[in-house]
Ligand binder design. Structure first.
Ligand SMILES: Nc1ncnc2c1ncn2[C@@H]1O[C@H](COP(=O)(O)OP(=O)(O)OP(=O)(O)O)[C@@H](O)[C@H]1O
Ligand SMILES: [Mg+2]
Length: 256
């Protein structure tokens, strides 16, 4: 396996006494699909928010290439090549599929999504280039045919893919995906798995948060398991699947 592209050490985040992320360390190697799993409230989305400058960490380190992400702002992190998709759908319903993806090319963090949306209509000199990058990203998510459709008309399965295309349009080296298969049926989930593998094959490293275990076990090379903010286990799908601490954490969730 190649060298780490992202190295997270002793990451901590507390929300008024709730230890949402407690002393979490892990690495993501270049070219890898790594999964981050755990029961509801384990701290997965919080980790993505810390890595993308949406939230400030209380302690720890997150080095991407040679850059300390925890010292940087969202737009700087995006410009560096760290992209993300969101757990809840964030499409602009008034815009077409293509325009939504063009926003990704301008996107400098979630805070500026509206500004980015407005900007794409003004930048005529660069617009053709934006369209080209966005079209390529749509093709990678097998959505080329839908470019001119209104985003409002799309079913959830296609909305999820548009979000993936939008993240790809920012041309990331590392893509953080937060539950890309949420709300998808089995067929759509399988297709999402293929697309995640194609993204990796195109040279993008993937850190995947996902509750669909068949998807995780199928695409991830390595899995980190969190429970209540803490690192519970880490290993290959086979190792994690048979780890008693992991089974207990998930059984606890079912029992709750
Ligand atoms: N901004 C916030 N303010 C206060 N508490 C928060 C905030 N964000 C998350 N939390 C809490 O931190 C804990 C971890 O939440 P997080 O969203 O990271 O979990 P998760 O692993 O992504 O869960 P899920 O699988 O349900 O998406 C939860 O107890 C949650 O309620
Ligand atoms: Mg979450």
């Amino acid at each position: 396996m190649s060298s780490p592209l992202l190295r997270v050490e002793s990451l901590c985040k507390d929300f008024g006494g709730l230890e949402a992320v407690k002393d979490v360390s892990f690495e993501v190697c270049e070219g890898q699909i790594k999964a981050l799993i755990g029961p509801n409230g384990a701290g997965k989305t919080t980790i993505f928010n810390l890595l993308t400058g949406v939230l400030a960490a209380d302690a720890g380190s997150a080095v991407f290439e040679d850059h300390q992400l925890l010292d940087m702002r969202s737009h700087e992190i995006a410009a560096l090549g760290v992209g993300r998709t969101f757990q809840t759908s964030l499409l602009f319903d008034q815009m077409t599929v293509l325009e939504n993806v063009m926003v990704g090319h301008h996107l400098h963090g979630r805070a500026n999504m509206i500004t980015a949306a407005l900007r794409i209509f003004g930048a005529s000199a660069e617009e053709r280039q934006y369209r080209k990058v966005a079209m390529e990203a749509l093709e990678r998510a097998s959505l080329g045919d839908l470019a001119g459709r209104s985003a409002a008309a799309l079913p959830i399965g296609q909305r999820r893919l548009v979000e993936v295309a939008r993240a790809l349009a920012a041309e990331p080296d590392l893509l953080l995906m937060d539950e890309p298969a949420a709300g998808l049926n089995m067929r759509e989930t399988e297709r999402m798995g293929e697309i995640i593998q194609e993204i990796r094959d195109s040279g993008v490293t993937v850190l995947l948060v996902e509750h669909d275990m068949s998807l995780v076990m199928h695409v991830a090379e390595e899995i980190l398991v969190l429970d209540r903010g803490r690192r519970l286990a880490e290993g290959t799908p086979r190792e994690v699947r048979s780890d008693e601490r992991v089974l207990a954490a998930y059984l606890g969730e079912v029992a709750d």
